[in-house]
Design a protein around this ligand. Sequence first.
Ligand SMILES: [Zn+2]
Length: 281
Amino acid sequence: MGDPEAAPLPRLTVALTFDHDSLSDGIRRGDSLVKLSHAEFGHRVGVPRILELLAREGIPASWFVPGATLDLYPEDAEAILAAGHELASHGWYHEDFAELSPDEQRGILDRSVAAVRRITGAAPRGFRAPYWALGSETLGLVEDAGYDYDSSLQADDYRVYRVRRGDRHSMTEGSTFGPEGRLLEVPGYWAMDDWPYFEPGDAGRDGLSAPSRVLEIWTAELRYAYAHAPGGLVTITMHPECIGRGHRMAMLEQLIAEAKSLEGVAFDRLDRYLDRWSAIA
Ligand SMILES: [Zn+2]
């Protein structure tokens, strides 16, 4: 039950979240030198630029970092933590969990928890599935590994909710919905992710939206949530190798200014928002 002494939620909370994939999926896939260099941009340029912006604006953020990135670039994790941000999990080599056996998934989750614990002294609170791809059993395994929240599903937008375990769907037997477990869900959506707008695909020809279009969509989400979802959460998913390009960083600066122009909007880490939400839920 809720804590009667708990502070109310801000009028609207904005969570800037960053998936620091770097070379993790490229190593697993055996990507070309060019694609690996595209991923390396996130480490070389994106992360320092983002950290500088967040520090300048006084914004705490949540970072979902694959284990391979933690190994490749330990200095990035140190900088993220030194700046007061949250370190959460995102696979090891950015695996597609829907393609893995339960044992393989469990192994990656346990290894990820241990890696974050070695760095921060505490287990990670959050997990986001690479590609937002989940097997039917994945979130049960995530809960069993000790995570408090997932950020991979899309059943809501501005409200967090509890994940059900054991839903079953069959065209012949019908559908049954399992009970809610302990795991909380911070929903995401493709329109609130930088990647589908900006990344050009293998041929380098698709995507590459003007940032003004993304600013229009993200600002409309902020304003709609501000008007219609008091106490709610707007979660934006970004990638350092994508948002870190200059013209997109300029857009992110404008978005932050838009949010700050709305009275009562707070930026926060997901773990801290969820602690507040749980205290009054
Ligand atoms: Zn990712």
